[in-house]
Design a binder for this molecule. Structure first.
Ligand SMILES: [Zn+2]
Length: 301
């Protein structure tokens, strides 16, 4: 290549489209508050999810970014218009289960009923087929070998339900870091949330509290590592309540949970705008299709 030849996006590592995802749940549905807020009280609490998701849709439009919205069935039942709006704006609507029950606390039958009910409500609300699933709190791990079988039986194309890292209340540290087929003889794909390697260790780098609390530079470094050094797409996620400093405060929650939940809410929207501008982002279903093609190509080679 001579000096005048422009470096293509692919050569610069910029052509990789990363997976952008939003876990659509309200401020009172997070795992950190489950010991303080009763599920029966959810219906009487101030609803913030609609306005927050619409703000996110505007942010994505401004950056021309597409994403996948993993919505709770409980939310879809009450916000059918919002589900339709997500689809109308060109994003993928996928499932986050019914009411944020963690998979490792269910048995096979309960899980099958949970995801079936959620999917029905999502599909009825938005008039599209749902083929993607994300477990609440990344709760598919070594304790739930049946979970992938249930997802395959119900015809899901992919799951993004594993955090391949050690964490205090979730994580499957031994799982592959990139997309894999968890079941022999099934096309079902698992696409774990992103980790970055540093000094031989896996660091959580795909969003959540880490993104809000740690300076933006870390996320930029981590996604560049994954894109440019490893040549793979990154998977990033966040929640609508994370851009909402005006949400009601939960008294009585453990200090650690409150610190994790409320830190830097006022800075989150600005950080996200930078992130969606700085990298290329797309829907998880499209990413799943290209990852499946890559895995098949490697198997055939
Ligand atoms: Zn969630």
């Amino acid at each position: 290549m001579n000096a005048a030849t422009p470096i293509s996006q692919a050569e610069a590592g910029g052509a990789i489209v990363n997976g952008l995802s939003v876990d659509v749940e309200d401020w009172f549905q997070v795992g950190a508050f489950e010991g303080v807020i009763e599920r029966d009280d959810w219906g009487s609490l101030t609803d913030r999810v609609d306005r927050n998701v619409r703000q996110i849709l505007d942010m994505f439009d401004a950056a021309e970014a597409k994403a996948t919205f993993f919505a709770l069935g409980w939310v879809a039942q009450r916000h059918g218009g919002l589900m339709r709006e997500i689809v109308l704006r060109g994003h993928e609507l996928a499932s986050h289960g019914w009411d944020h029950g963690r998979v490792f606390r269910m048995d096979r039958e309960t899980f099958a009923a949970d995801i079936s009910r959620a999917r029905q409500v999502l599909e009825d609300a938005a008039g599209v087929r749902v083929t993607g699933y994300r477990a609440p709190s990344f709760s598919i791990d070594q304790r739930t070998p049946w979970a992938f079988e249930v997802l395959a039986e119900q015809g899901y194309a992919y799951s993004s339900s594993v955090a391949p890292v050690a964490h205090d209340h979730y994580g499957w540290a031994e799982a592959p870091r990139f997309a894999f087929r968890p079941l022999a003889g099934s096309p079902l794909l698992e696409i774990p949330v992103t980790t970055a390697m540093f000094a031989g260790k896996r660091l959580a780098a795909g969003g959540g509290g880490f993104f809000r609390v740690i300076p933006y530079g870390f996320s930029r470094w981590a996604i560049r590592q994954v894109n440019c050094r490893e040549g793979r797409p990154a998977i990033f996620y966040f929640h609508p309540w994370e851009i909402d400093p005006g949400q009601p405060r939960v008294a009585g929650a453990p200090l650690r949970s409150r610190l994790r939940h409320y830190t830097n809410l006022d800075r989150m929207a600005g950080k996200l705008r930078q992130l969606v501008r700085e990298f290329a982002w797309g829907r998880m279903d499209l990413l799943a299709a290209s990852e499946a093609a890559r895995i098949d190509g490697e198997a055939a080679a």
